[in-house]
Design a protein around this ligand. Structure first.
Ligand SMILES: NC(=O)c1ccc[n+]([C@@H]2O[C@H](COP(=O)([O-])OP(=O)(O)OC[C@H]3O[C@@H](n4cnc5c(N)ncnc54)[C@H](OP(=O)(O)O)[C@@H]3O)[C@@H](O)[C@H]2O)c1
Length: 344
């Protein structure tokens, strides 16, 4: 049993914790919180040992009747691997602490690739993380781009990718994020997403742009791929159908000449995910609109939706297996993780 500690129990941390508890080869030995806010609830119900970020915070937890098992360093010493889900750009400051304890660590997409050295996606470069001490699971957007581009790269070869990320402004719980009545473009081109994909699919020629919009539930990507040979749309759909963690959806149904709204947008997609009783009503898979896939010559056009809070969760589980040398075959790990999480 791999002993897993979670440092940073927010949107991603609590989901990774739940996913770990559903596996039979790893378990949660503790989570770190900086303060006893409402997000403690899930940890207490799940009986995760709670660690305060620092010693001086312990009385605050105890004043709320929460039993504290120690501080961050204690959890780091106890765990085989820490999943660092602290806010982006903060997590990397913990590297020295993990190094000192000889504990492996996984960071998330809010960190840069360079100080960590290895970036991870289950489909594209699992083997690069086998036995590694420090790995970064790439961001939700990069994970989404990688999952659908990689099968195209293998089947057709890719000359160039151009993609626009329509990004949610914050997660549903983030009432302090915005904009609430504006659309904000990222004025640097390429946005960081293109270079980030290159950390898990090296040599891919990709340029990205991004805009932030007032929604909380998903990102949408508009993608144009220039392939090395002319694609057949039905073959492309078949490829994605056979790709783990990609779900093909239909925006509209057609019946006797009538066009019926089915999953035309992100609101319906997330309602569909909730109907499917996935954990928390999450959607770990990338949703690709089957009826939005088109080709003109060598160019393929498609749209996909990303549930930012959850698509990286199964990748964290696979990264643990690779780094702790418990599975060298990416397909076996992906299959095991998916089965435990109830996803395809
Ligand atoms: N949300 C997404 O859409 C998403 C998707 C993919 C990747 N990511 C990446 O995942 C990472 C975590 O993001 P998130 O969205 O989960 O953030 P989040 O919801 O803000 O959670 C981070 C948690 O870390 C805790 N924290 C803050 N300072 C800390 C410290 N010094 N030590 C320990 N814990 C601390 C906070 O809880 P307390 O202070 O209450 O303990 C907070 O709840 C980032 O790198 C982010 O870029 C996020």
């Amino acid at each position: 049993m791999i002993k897993v500690g979670i440092n940073g129990y927010g949107t991603i941390g609590k989901r990774v914790a739940e996913a770990v508890t559903l596996q039979d080869d790893m378990k949660i030995v503790g989570i770190v919180k900086t303060k006893p806010t409402y997000e403690m609830r899930g940890a207490i119900d799940a009986n995760y040992p709670v660690f305060a970020s620092t010693k001086n915070k312990i009385p605050f937890f105890e004043s709320k009747g929460i039993e504290v098992s120690g501080v961050t360093e204690d959890l780091v010493n106890l765990a085989d691997i820490i999943i660092d889900c602290t806010p982006g750009k903060l997590g990397v400051n913990n590297m020295e602490m993990y190094e000192k304890a000889g504990t492996k660590a996984i960071w998330q997409g809010g960190e840069k690739h360079e100080p960590i050295g290895t970036s991870f996606n289950s489909l594209t470069n699992y083997s690069e993380s086998i036995g590694k001490d420090y790995v970064r699971v790439v961001s939700c957007n990069t994970t989404g781009l990688s999952r659908t581009l990689y099968p195209l790269l293998n089947e057709y070869g890719i000359n160039n990718v151009q993609a626009v990320m329509v990004r949610r402004s914050g997660d549903p719980k983030d009432s302090d994020r915005g904009p609430i009545n504006s659309i904000e473009p990222v004025l640097n081109v390429p946005s960081h997403h293109g270079p980030d994909v290159q950390t898990v699919i090296s040599d891919l020629n990709i340029q990205t742009m991004a805009v932030k919009v007032p929604t909380t539930i998903m990102h949408v990507h508009c993608i144009i791929v220039e392939l090395e040979s002319e694609p057949d749309v039905s073959r492309v759909i078949e490829l994605w159908d056979n790709t783990p963690r990609v779900d093909l959806i239909e925006g509209f149904l057609h019946n006797e000449g009538n066009k019926i709204r089915n999953l035309p947008g992100t609101a319906e997609i997330m309602e569909w995910a909730r109907d499917s009783l996935y954990t928390r009503g999450d959607l770990n898979q990338i949703a690709v609109w089957k009826d939005g896939v088109h080709s003109f010559g060598n160019k393929l056009y498609y749209y996909q939706a990303i549930h930012q809070e959850s698509d990286v969760v199964p990748e964290n589980i696979d990264a643990i297996r690779a780094m702790c040398n418990i599975e060298s075959d990416s397909f076996k790990s992906v299959e095991k993780t998916n089965k435990a999480l109830g996803i395809n």
